[in-house]
Design a protein around this ligand. Structure first.
Ligand code: NAD
Ligand code: MG
Length: 388
């Protein structure tokens, strides 16, 4: 890699975004940050802009535009604000690859725009594929735009597939840490509060994905993400609890051979891999040591207790707009839980009721996905007022 790869980080102030900037800072001969975006954290965005001197920044919250503009007035950094600016900036020519690291549905439109403009995507934002995976992958295929997964499980599968050409996948095995409530039962979960749910044993991540990990919805979203990334049937996707998070996921081929990708849990690794693909670049991250006493364990997930995983499997099998509906309800429920409006088990209840309520569409257009998302959000939000 002789040329510098110019990266656009959508969601630069988040957990993935800040770790990506650490990777870029450690490899300034290989990468630069050309676009940075944040929703509300203007102070961190300004700090990042001063350090990385990008072409432009976007602050989602328009009330903070003046503040960001003034703080960067002594630089050449262009400042934009608002949701529409994210899409406009995604259409710019000043970058070579988008790191899609916005959380939730909000990441969908800018990512579609980047693909439209022939930009390769390093994809952290799994909700994009859950909402409209068919449309996004078709567009990427038509444009010959690579989608390189950042999510650690999918990055693992992607790495296992390098060099396999057209060899068929028999199944993939997605590993799940089990989250902070592994082994717990509903009588415990009913009293869980947000502070406890936010303590993940192995990974430090943004609030939404941390709750998704505690409810196992994260693994459900990842099953759907895997379906689209690797063109799989639902029966080819297995989830297994592996509490140590050392095996990041596995692929089983038609001859029964299984490949695993392993390492210590550190998101900088899949981020760096996606940014530098197809090269691997050296780093000083801590290494896994087989000499230390360590047991790797594997168990079936308890889908009767963690019903979100069951619901996600149903959505995966049903297809159409069902994953989109499920995702919207989950986003509303998780933010309600984070604001102490509903209990931990109510999250599942809200998702299930929303999935039963919103009209099913087997082959939705992009417009219909947007509508399903809106309808599901409105309905899920109404449940909070009515029942919880
Ligand atoms: P985070 O909450 O830490 O950061 C989210 C980023 O998106 C922030 O920069 C925020 O400003 C921006 N954002 C939030 N809402 C927005 C909106 N409505 N419009 C525009 N921008 C908005 O989240 P994260 O943990 O970094 O996760 C980002 C994505 O990566 C998620 O989809 C998550 O599932 C995925 N992911 C994260 C991890 C991890 O270790 N954190 C691992 C795998 C996948
Ligand atoms: Mg993951």
């Amino acid at each position: 890699m002789t040329q510098i790869k110019r990266i656009a980080i959508f969601g630069s102030t988040g957990s993935i975004g800040t770790q990506a900037l650490e990777v870029i800072a450690a490899n300034t001969d290989k990468f630069s940050a050309e676009i940075l975006t944040a929703q509300t954290n203007d102070e961190l965005l300004v700090k990042q802009a001063i350090q990385f001197n990008p072409n432009c920044v976007v602050i989602g919250d328009e009330t903070k535009y003046q503040k960001v503009k003034e703080a960067l007035s002594h630089t050449h950094v262009k400042v934009f604000a608002g949701e529409q600016s994210l899409i406009e900036v995604a259409a710019m020519d000043c970058y070579d690859m988008m790191l899609a690291a916005i959380v939730g549905y909000a990441g969908l439109k800018p990512t579609l725009q980047a693909i439209e403009n022939n930009k390769p995507i390093a994809l952290a934002n799994k909700e994009t594929l859950v909402v409209a995976g068919d449309i996004l992958m078709q567009k990427a295929l038509a444009k010959r735009v690579p989608i390189i997964p950042v999510d650690s499980e999918h990055a693992a599968i992607f790495q296992c597939l390098v060099g396999e050409g057209r060899n068929k996948i028999e199944k993939i095995i997605l590993t799940a840490s089990g989250g902070p409530f592994f082994g717990k039962k509903p009588n415990f979960l009913v009293n869980v509060k947000k502070d406890h749910a936010l303590q993940h044993p192995n990974w430090s991540m943004g609030a939404k994905i941390t709750i998704d990990s505690a409810t196992l919805m994260n693994k459900g979203l990842e099953m759907i993400e895997a379906k689209w990334l690797f063109n799989l049937q639902p029966e080819q996707i297995q989830v297994i609890i592996h509490q140590q998070s050392i095996i990041h996921s596995m692929v089983q081929f038609e001859d029964g051979s299984i490949k695993a990708q392993m390492g210590l849990p550190d998101m900088k690794l899949p981020i760096q891999y996606a940014l530098a693909f197809p090269q691997r670049i050296p780093n000083q991250f801590p290494r896994y040591d087989f000499k230390k006493p360590n047991t790797l364990t594997f168990e079936e997930p308890d889908i009767r207790t963690f019903r979100n995983l069951f619901l996600a499997t149903e959505a995966l099998k049903k297809g159409g707009n069902m994953p989109c509906i499920m995702n919207a309800a989950n986003e509303i429920a998780v933010y309600a839980f984070l604001r102490n409006r509903i209990g931990f088990l109510d999250i599942t209840e809200m998702i299930e009721q929303t999935m039963n309520k919103i009209s099913f569409i087997e082959k939705p257009s992009l417009e219909e996905y947007f509508e399903s998302d809106g309808e599901a959000r409105t309905f899920a939000a109404s449940l909070i007022h009515l029942q919880f």
